[in-house]
Write a new protein. Structure first.
Length: 128
């Protein structure tokens, strides 16, 4: 596993009016960021519009980022869901695509106690 250190910017998720991920635009953004010296890339972070993308779009964003990085910097994909099972499935899918790490975000609309929060994150971690 690569060592994580330094700057890992959250990426925007460029989508056209038909809902297709603009992988060319995302690829250029990744290239510009890597050339500028970032230490890693984080697709689907809090600025990645993850809540508005479907599973296929999210996978396209992660795949395009991994392809653009070409192993030069690690890719840490954002995972977020109100469902532990869905979050774990996302993490497994991004791992299979080649993500170097997962940034898990808890989408909670209702109060959770500490054990429930821990269970959510442990479930994601244990799935990959």
């Amino acid at each position: 596993m690569p060592e994580f250190h330094g700057v890992f910017p959250y990426l925007v998720s460029p989508v056209d009016s038909d809902g297709k991920v603009r992988t060319d635009v995302l690829g250029r953004l990744c290239e510009d960021l890597i050339t500028s010296g970032v230490h890693g890339l984080t697709p689907l972070g809090s600025t990645g519009e993850f809540a508005y993308l479907n599973n296929a779009q999210r996978s396209d964003v992660v795949q395009a980022t991994i392809e653009a990085a070409r192993g030069r910097v690690p890719v840490v994909a954002g995972v977020a869901s109100t469902s532990s099972a869905d979050a774990a499935a996302q993490a497994r899918a991004y791992q299979k695509l080649g993500a170097d790490g997962i940034l898990a975000i808890l989408e909670a609309y209702f109060p959770l106690d500490d054990a429930q929060v821990e269970s959510y994150f442990r479930g994601i971690a244990d799935s990959v």
